[in-house]
Ligand binder design. Structure first.
Ligand code: GDP
Ligand code: MG
Length: 451
């Protein structure tokens, strides 16, 4: 048995600072190289515990963080679309999430959406109130802990920040969450911590890392326990053509061990299962080596979870993003399990209702779950662009019941050849990349139809 690093995702409204925060965390840990630096995975960055301890100094010793958790495994692609795509059976791949807010801008549509997604998957999270350096009169202390920088601000600035934090507390309360500024939290199991930070100056980032490590240690160790000899389980991030390697897949392994020559099962866009044999397992070369080498990757014989890797294997072309990746085993019928999983997502629909299309298994699942909660009947739910067959079937549905002639399309396009069909039909398309906005537009349309 081994305890793996918790997988952490960053979510939040566009421009609130997701990328800047991840960049700062990577940059500051690279700077702390003497402590072991970071491990660059495919699609993720892992910060070892000792590096975090090194950055956090005494601060972490005050928290009595033991060496149980090996580190933090940050998914590099932020945002809720990535979060929902990165699924595993029964929930989200991420063990922990960071919901980022611009402290001067407050709650925005994608903030609510992220919150709902976290609620739906019951993912523990912290809130970071970002861009404190932009508060009027804020005095920057590069890289300082929040505690330190805060105590050095003028009273009026401290008051201003606290007022803004209380607005966030109020907003979270409306959404059903108890929260407090992190240093005033009395019960971490029932209250969400709000950490004021600047992703640009690094102020408060120390507390973010320490808090994530602390929460993982306190509440997640059981869920992070893995059998390092068990057949690997993972989730496919994306399918990519690489020069010299052909079609490869990028995946996050969250349990067990993956070895070269292992037979793995994956899900195809045709809803069949592909069984193929791993030719090679690849990781990015460390930055220093990448500079003087034409190669981008280094081959590994095996990896143990948590790991972000590229896999080269035959026949990967039609594997879907978000597909489970499972090493075949003698004890379980892995192929059947994958088939069951496909059934769960795609066939659990009503005879009548609207059509849902989305870009990945995870996003489809999220949209379907949200529509279900709102009692919106779903006739079919599929991955991929809106095609001619979708429009024909929706026209038929429209003839039976006008309200069923709708297509909800999340993060997908209308196939170019089908634009005209769509325009010539009564079918109503609701598309975009904010689920709530699409559903709101749909509801507005239903209301009008019913009047
Ligand atoms: P994302 O869309 O959530 O990934 O947001 P970005 O990380 O791209 O940030 C959006 C903009 O806000 C960029 O111009 C950043 O430089 C800026 N930004 C992000 N964090 C901070 C911060 O803490 N302070 C300030 N002043 N600007 C920030
Ligand atoms: Mg970004």
């Amino acid at each position: 048995m081994k305890i793996r690093s918790p997988i952490v995702s960053v979510l939040g409204h566009v421009d609130h600072g997701k990328t800047t925060l991840l960049d700062y965390i990577r940059g500051s840990t690279i700077a702390a190289k003497e402590a072991g630096g970071i491990t660059q995975h495919i699609g993720a960055t892992e910060i070892p515990n000792d590096t975090i301890e090194n950055i956090c100094g005494d601060f972490i010793s005050k928290l009595a963080i033991k060496d149980l958790i090996p580190g933090l495994f940050f998914i590099d692609t932020p945002g809720h679309a990535a979060f929902t795509s990165l699924r595993k059976r029964g929930g989200a791949l991420a063990d922990l999430a960071v919901l980022i807010l611009d402290v001067n801008d407050g709650f925005k549509p994608q903030t609510y959406e992220a919150l709902n997604i976290l609620k739906m998957y019951r993912t523990p999270f912290i809130v970071v109130a970002n861009k404190i350096d932009r508060l009027f009169g804020w005095e920057v202390h590069e890289g300082a802990s929040f505690r330190e920088t805060f105590s050095n601000q003028a009273k009026s600035v401290q008051q201003d920040l606290d007022n803004k934090i209380y607005e966030i507390v109020g907003e979270l309360h409306k959404e059903g969450f108890q929260s407090e500024r992190f240093d005033r939290v009395s019960n971490f199991a029932s209250q969400i911590s709000i950490i004021p930070i600047s992703a640009r100056t690094g102020e408060g980032v120390i507390e973010v890392l320490a808090m994530l490590l602390g929460l993982a240690q306190e509440y997640l160790t059981e869920q992070l326990e893995i059998d390092e000899n068990a057949p690997a389980k993972g989730t496919v991030l994306e399918i990519k053509e690489e020069t010299g390697l052909g079609v490869t897949l990028d995946a996050i392994i969250y349990d067990g061990v993956l070895r070269t020559n292992d037979e793995i099962a994956l899900m195809l866009s045709s809803e069949d299962v592909l069984v193929t044999k791993i030719r090679s397992i690849l990781r990015p070369l460390p930055l220093e080596e990448m500079r003087d080498s034409k190669k981008k990757f280094r081959k590994l014989d095996e990896v143990v979870a948590a790991a972000g890797i590229k896999v080269a294997a035959p026949h990967l072309d039609d594997v879907v993003s978000g597909s489970p990746l499972r090493v075949l085993s003698e004890d379980t019928d892995v192929e059947q399990e994958i088939l069951n999983e496909i059934d769960n997502i795609t066939i659990d629909t009503e005879d009548e209702g609207i059509l849902v299309k989305a870009d990945t298994i995870g996003s489809l699942e999220a949209v379907v779950k949200l529509l279900r909660e709102m009692n919106i009947p779903i006739r079919a739910a599929d991955i991929g662009d809106v095609n001619r067959r979708d429009i024909i079937n929706s026209s038929i549905a429209y003839d039976e019941n006008e309200l069923h002639g709708a297509i909800i399309a999340f993060n997908v396009n209308v196939h170019p050849n089908s634009e005209e069909d769509l325009n010539n039909s009564e079918v109503k398309l609701f598309s975009g990349d904010v689920i709530y906005q699409i559903i709101e537009e749909y509801e507005e349309w239903v209301k009008q139809k019913q009047e």
